[in-house]
Design a protein around this ligand. Structure first.
Ligand SMILES: Cc1cc2nc3c(=O)[nH]c(=O)nc-3n(C[C@H](O)[C@H](O)[C@H](O)COP(=O)(O)OP(=O)(O)OC[C@H]3O[C@@H](n4cnc5c(N)ncnc54)[C@H](O)[C@@H]3O)c2cc1C
Length: 512
């Protein structure tokens, strides 16, 4: 059962919240505390909907410019997806790169994103992100973010960049939160920023076509209206809302691995005031995961090693028809992911036999053979059978297809040539009973479809007309815009932080 929208989803979150506060020399109790009604009675310069990756920097920078800023956050804590994110960032022209003698430019970063995404990413948003990324990254490191010692690197788990510009801290997203949360709390303590927690924005208020505030519901179900000159939507994605996921992207959500508050509230509210969504055609699922349950959507259970550079594959991968669909050792993660997204239900089965079980390094990260053997007796995604026919029936793949595929693969092993897919690493045939299968699904941790904005991040209608008073930043813009139909390293976290920063620095005139 997912947590309710008003309960902190992870005990870790609370610990981190307190840690962030104490790192800033603050106690939360010392921060000015207002009830929803008091906050509703005031006029704000900016209301920020969602205190996560994009919302926190927006709040910090706007507050530093003496704007009157209110962050309204649905959960009890700041942080959003940073609690779960790997926190991998990409930025070109950073001080870290300079210190390590790495030559890189935002233009090279831009060219790489467009190359990796095969020009499916939105050039204007990518440009805005990468030409401002270094300043964001340098701001984080200046305030204490410590990238891993060997960073930046070319890439990990995604298609590599052409220069070393990919970096993250030891605790991923938490390392970022540990830097930005104290900065936000310092603004709260200085009286320049107010955070209204456990309050879920439900509606955008309009006057004469302009957005002039929000209607929000607190944890007791009480509604209040909050008025502002500008509203910034940083409410994240929709990956935890199966209905919105399907309605917006046209595909089912198979995994539930994102932040529980990623419910698509912002998308729906923006559609409600005349905005539009885009990027459906860029849907792509990530590398496959073993899910906990057979019902959709399911949380992930365990990760199988699907990266040939770390563990060359001994098994084959088949779809529901029992057919292989890619060279399992294709070095391009992008090509492997695009092959998976073309399979029914983005589902794939690893197939192997006893000889492979005995000879290969265990395929599940962190498990030994004894643990593997246990799972084949118990877990619904792990099947074992005396014959390929029985295995096909148990696993739910086509029997004739599987028999034919294994026969063809065994011929390829014998001849040393995989004429179908040109796989290179084929150490053993699949011939010795019992036979094994592990079912996996390609799942999405981010939301492909986003709301339409212009190059100043103002929300627009489909015809390009700006909806006055309304801005958006972060995942609400859609992974399909910043990464296109591809997974491009660091192109969600860094743009979210960067766009939040840029809007915080520009949304309202500076007051002296
Ligand atoms: C497991 C995982 C790993 C990832 N790893 C990476 C990575 O390594 N690199 C990368 O670039 N990207 C990564 N991503 C994606 C990236 O982390 C997110 O896209 C990004 O953090 C989203 O930032 P955001 O500010 O848009 O949303 P969030 O950080 O989720 O913030 C949104 C906030 O809005 C709040 N909210 C929602 N609805 C409402 C409402 N109605 N009213 C008020 N508040 C509301 C939420 O509670 C939340 O605090 C990963 C994502 C996941 C899930």
């Amino acid at each position: 059962m997912p947590p309710t929208l008003f309960t902190p989803p992870y005990s870790l979150s609370r610990r981190r919240l307190l840690h962030g506060a104490s790192a800033a020399g603050l106690s939360l109790a010392a921060a000015p505390s207002f009830g929803a009604q008091e906050n509703a009675a005031q006029d704000w310069d900016i209301i920020i909907v969602g205190g996560g990756t994009a919302g926190i920097p927006a709040g910090i920078f706007a507050a530093q410019r003496n704007a009157k800023v209110l962050i309204i956050e649905a959960s009890q804590q700041l942080g959003g997806t940073l609690f779960l994110s790997t926190g991998q960032m990409s930025a070109a022209g950073t001080q870290l790169q300079a210190a390590k003698g790495i030559a890189d430019t935002p233009q090279m970063h831009f060219d790489d994103v467009m190359r990796i995404s095969k020009k499916t990413a939105d050039p204007a948003l990518v440009k805005l992100a990468v030409f401002n990324a270094a300043e964001t990254f340098d701001w984080l490191t200046a305030n204490g973010l410590q990238p891993l010692p060997e960073h930046p690197v070319l890439g990990l788990a995604h298609e590599p960049y052409s220069a070393k510009r990919y970096a993250w801290g030891e605790e991923g997203g938490i390392s970022i939160l540990d830097v930005i949360e104290p900065l936000a709390l310092a603004e709260v303590n200085a009286g320049r920023l107010v955070i209204q927690r456990a309050t879920r924005v439900r509606e955008l208020l309009q006057r004469d076509g302009a957005v002039v505030g929000v209607r929000a519901e607190d944890e007791h179900g009480t509604m209040a209206d909050f008025r502002a000159k500008s509203v910034l939507m940083t409410s994240g994605g929709y990956a935890m809302n199966p209905k919105v996921f399907y309605d917006l992207s046209g595909v089912k959500a198979y995994g539930a691995a994102s932040y529980p508050y990623s419910q698509g509230d912002g998308h729906l509210m923006i559609l409600g005031v005349g905005g539009y969504t885009r990027g459906k055609e860029n849907y792509i699922c990530g590398s496959p995961r073993v899910l906990a349950e057979a019902t959709d959507p399911s949380p992930p259970y365990v990760r199988v090693s699907m990266y040939p550079e770390r563990r060359p594959p001994w098994e084959i991968q088949v779809n529901v028809h029992g057919k292989r669909y890619v060279a399992e050792d294709n070095p391009s993660v992008d090509q492997r992911e695009l092959a998976l997204v073309a399979q029914p239900d983005f589902r794939t089965w690893l197939i192997f036999d006893q000889a492979i079980f005995d000879a290969a390094p265990p395929v599940v990260d962190g498990w030994d053979r004894a643990r593997m053997a246990e799972e084949f007796n118990a877990h619904p995604m792990f099947k074992k059978a005396g014959t390929l026919a029985e295995l096909a029936a148990l696993a739910g793949v086509d029997e004739a297809g599987l028999q034919a595929t294994v026969a063809r693969y065994n011929q390829a092993v014998a001849s040393g040539k995989d004429s179908e897919f040109q796989r290179q690493h084929m150490p053993l045939p699949i011939a010795q009973a019992p036979f094994y299968s592990i079912r996996q699904n390609g799942i999405s941790v981010t939301s492909t479809v986003g709301v339409g904005v212009d190059d100043k991040l103002r929300v627009t209608r489909k015809d390009g007309r700006v909806i006055p008073g309304l801005y958006a930043a972060g995942e609400i813009l859609g992974s399909g815009q910043l990464m296109g139909k591809s997974a491009v390293g660091g192109m969600m976290v860094t743009p979210a932080l960067t766009f939040g920063r840029l809007l915080g620095q520009s949304m309202v005139p500076i007051k002296s």
